[in-house]
Design a protein around this ligand. Structure first.
Ligand SMILES: Cc1cc2nc3c(=O)[nH]c(=O)nc-3n(C[C@H](O)[C@H](O)[C@H](O)COP(=O)(O)O)c2cc1C
Length: 166
């Protein structure tokens, strides 16, 4: 069993000026779509962004997403709420984590930027990208070649484990 990429996944918020290859973007999107989903409904859609102007607009729109000014790519993880009203958030969260872990495994840096349920962010990002009203947006992932090094770690705490019963 290899958990290396899981422990190596850290939030990277500094990037160097180097494009993310199209083949890497494809791998990240495949990783997103490999996530588990409730009733296997797969309500997700992904917006893959590499245009500098769009990344800059997103950086302006997201209050905690200013690293998008440096990132050379981003993926918006969206869910069709009507397809899975009960589980679109969980499914899109699983897809988001898969993309982050795949990015770490590809030598890329990435960070999860929360969107849902912050209505102001959701509205601003939907407006920039032309997302239909009925689509939810769970996360925006800033991606690029890392400009900072973060150490792998587990965050394991024995006191959080309740063995057999609480
Ligand atoms: C739901 C969610 C929303 C987040 N939103 C942001 C964000 O808007 N901006 C940001 O820089 N980091 C964001 N993060 C990243 C967390 O700050 C980060 O995961 C946490 O500090 C732990 O650090 P690590 O990712 O390096 O393990 C978010 C993470 C999650 C799971």
């Amino acid at each position: 069993m290899s958990t290396d990429n899981i422990f190596a996944r850290r939030s990277v918020r500094k990037f160097i000026d180097k494009k993310v290859e199209a083949s890497h973007m494809k791998t990240l999107l495949e990783a997103g779509m490999a996530a588990p989903s409730g009733r296997n409904l797969k309500p997700w859609h992904f917006v893959a962004i590499t245009e500098r102007k769009t990344l800059d607009l997103l950086a302006e729109a997201h209050p905690y997403g200013k690293m998008l000014f440096e990132a050379t790519a981003a993926i918006l993880v969206c869910g069709d709420i009507a397809v899975s009203p009960d589980y679109w958030i969980q499914d899109c969260s699983a897809a988001t984590e898969n993309i982050l872990v795949a990015a770490a495994g590809s030598g890329l840096g990435s960070v999860w930027l929360g969107c849902h349920p912050r209505e102001d962010r959701v509205a601003a990002i939907k407006n920039i990208l032309g997302i239909p009203d009925e689509i939810g947006i769970l996360s925006l992932i800033a991606i690029g070649h890392p400009g900072e090094k973060k150490e792998p770690r587990t965050q394991y705490e024995e006191k959080r484990v309740h063995r057999g019963k609480w």
